[in-house]
Design a protein around this ligand. Structure first.
Ligand SMILES: Cc1cc2nc3c(=O)[nH]c(=O)nc-3n(C[C@H](O)[C@H](O)[C@H](O)COP(=O)(O)OP(=O)(O)OC[C@H]3O[C@@H](n4cnc5c(N)ncnc54)[C@H](O)[C@@H]3O)c2cc1C
Ligand code: FES
Length: 339
């Protein structure tokens, strides 16, 4: 079984056959920076310092051909062929550094946000023990369903923990949660997870781009930034298909009334009614924003949206390290793509 040395952790880990370096590192309790765990976001980008790895499919947004030629890899897509040394690229500020634990809780509220998104609020038995950064996610286990990742839509200081669950056709977990979740049900969550959290030291403009239930982490980050008095421009684009897919618009409209640095733009790709931006959210961003040097962007939603928006942002001059993305997909369903 090959061993992989990770200098930032100061230790080596064993990686078994078929396992990725990221999976082995997380299982060993190392807070390796990560997001999607499926080669779509780039959060686990790393230097391959020594050794050889086999590389699983990934998107060019997560790792460009040039980056790969320069010796970078994605830890979530790399399986060691020999003993190896790899170091993550992210700086110290890029790691949440909060230990992952399991928490039990009870569903306190279930609310229809749209025809296919439900808001689920949970009272944790040990709320004080659960700390996280705005924008992180947790693995939710609902009785009778496989565990799945859902972004925390609530701010870290809120009593109830909130998730936005979109019903995926034939989805094993989302369908079960959607049809069965009721007040009083016992659930558990494991977390916090992910590296696409609000960077509170950043003083430049902030761009939040959400597709569908991707509004969950963007809401948590925008509200946290406003609560903390972050006064820079905070520009949010919310991509949805049609008006029936929009939610929390009144809430963001009220926030805009209280905070002149916040803007919230819904963009509808099908049948936009009067007063709505039409098209794909990536096109709206491309039309509105010329130069993104010095911005930080937080993206959350379906893979196609995150990739399309990510490529636009890079073209507009944002630093690759300033894009933080959560790609809403079940990691084991990675399609067969290669850069
Ligand atoms: C970091 C992270 C954060 C996430 N946060 C959220 C969140 O806040 N809210 C939320 O609703 N979801 C979120 N997701 C997605 C969620 O984890 C599940 O992937 C999703 O609910 C589908 O799970 P399922 O068991 O219902 O479907 P599965 O049984 O896993 O999949 C059923 C079928 O649907 C396809 N599929 C899987 N996911 C999607 C999708 N998102 N869109 C279209 N087709 C899909 C699969 O390829 C498969 O064919 C997040 C995912 C990640 C990785
Ligand atoms: S690309 Fe590896 S965690 Fe997203």
């Amino acid at each position: 079984m090959p061993t992989v040395f990770i200098p930032q952790a100061g230790r080596s880990i064993f990686v078994s056959g078929g396992e990725t370096i990221l999976a082995a590192a997380l299982a060993a309790g190392i807070p390796y920076p990560h997001g999607c765990r499926s080669g779509r976001c780039g959060s686990c980008k790393s230097h391959l310092i020594g050794g050889a790895v086999d590389f699983l499919p990934h998107t060019p947004f997560a790792l460009s051909p040039k980056e790969r030629a320069d010796g970078l890899i994605l830890a979530c897509r790399a399986q060691p062929l020999t003993d190896a040394t790899i170091a993550w690229l992210a700086g110290e500020d890029e790691i949440a550094g909060i230990p992952v634990r399991r928490f039990e809780g009870t569903i306190a509220a279930v609310e229809d946000a749209t025809h296919d998104i439900k808001l689920i609020r949970i009272t944790l038995d040990d709320r004080a023990g659960f700390t996280f950064k705005a924008g992180q996610y947790a693995r939710l286990s609902y009785p009778g369903a496989p565990s799945r990742d859902y972004s925390l839509a609530s701010r870290p200081g809120e009593e109830l923990v909130e998730f936005h669950v979109r019903r995926v056709p034939a989805g094993a977990a989302s369908q079960r949660i959607w049809t069965c979740a009721t007040i009083g049900d016992r659930v558990s969550i494991e977390g916090p997870l992910g590296s696409a959290f609000l960077r509170e030291k950043h003083s430049g403009p902030i761009l939040g781009i959400a597709g569908g239930s991707g509004l969950a982490p963007v809401k948590a980050m925008a509200e946290t930034a406003l609560d903390k008095g972050m006064g820079q421009p905070i520009r949010i684009y919310f991509g949805a298909r049609s008006e029936r897919d929009l939610y929390l618009v009144d809430r963001f409209t009220a926030l805009m009334g209280d905070h002149s640095n916040l803007s919230f733009v819904p963009v509808l790709s099908e049948n936009p009614g009067f007063g709505f931006r039409a098209g794909y959210v990536s096109d709206a961003v491309a039309a509105d924003l010329d130069d993104l040097d010095g911005w930080k962007a937080y993206l959350a939603g379906p893979p196609a949206m995150v990739e399309a928006v990510g490529l636009v942002l890079l073209e507009r001059g944002i630093g690759a390290a300033d894009i933080h993305a959560d790609v809403f997909f079940t990691p084991e369903h990675a399609p067969e793509w290669r850069s």
